[in-house]
Design a binder for this molecule. Structure first.
Ligand code: FES
Length: 144
């Protein structure tokens, strides 16, 4: 049996295209993962939204802090609405918390726990990430 050697080159599909026509890598993830984006697609200290993949209803959102990326399902635990009020805008003015656009709940960036608002103590659904060679990977079924 041949050992798995990592990502393989594959033809671009609609699932792999980056937001706003950004230069998404042409890699098909293996081991149950898919490519979310390149690390540099998320400005340091900022957030970015990702549309639902084919067959899904809920997109993802990500916050970058240096070389770390925190990814959550873009759905508020209060009543399930998307968090953003405009594309890629998920953070408070000071950039310290994720803010739900519907009723203003605030969530810690590093663990997604609500610290203020109508769902205090609830959490965003965290998505495990892995960064390899500047590419951010998430589980294939994240957001489904
Ligand atoms: S839906 Fe997010 S705080 Fe109400």
């Amino acid at each position: 049996m041949t050992p798995d050697t990592g990502p393989r080159q594959a033809a671009r599909s609609s699932e792999q295209e980056g937001p706003s026509g950004s230069e998404a890598p042409l890699l098909l993830a293996v081991d149950g993962q898919r490519v979310l984006c390149r690390l540099e697609d998320i400005p340091d200290g900022a957030s970015k939204g990702f549309a639902a993949i084919a067959g899904g209803f809920t997109g993802l959102m990500a916050v970058r802090r240096g070389n770390a990326v925190f990814v959550y399902v873009n759905s508020c635990p209060h009543i399930g609405t998307p968090l953003d009020w405009t594309p890629d805008r998920f953070l408070s003015r000071d950039g310290r918390t994720i803010v739900c656009a519907t009723h203003g709940a605030q969530f810690r960036i590093d663990d997604g726990v609500c610290i203020n608002g109508p769902c205090v103590g609830d959490s965003l659904e965290s998505v495990p990430t892995e960064i390899r060679d500047g590419t951010v990977y998430v589980p294939k079924d994240a957001g489904l």
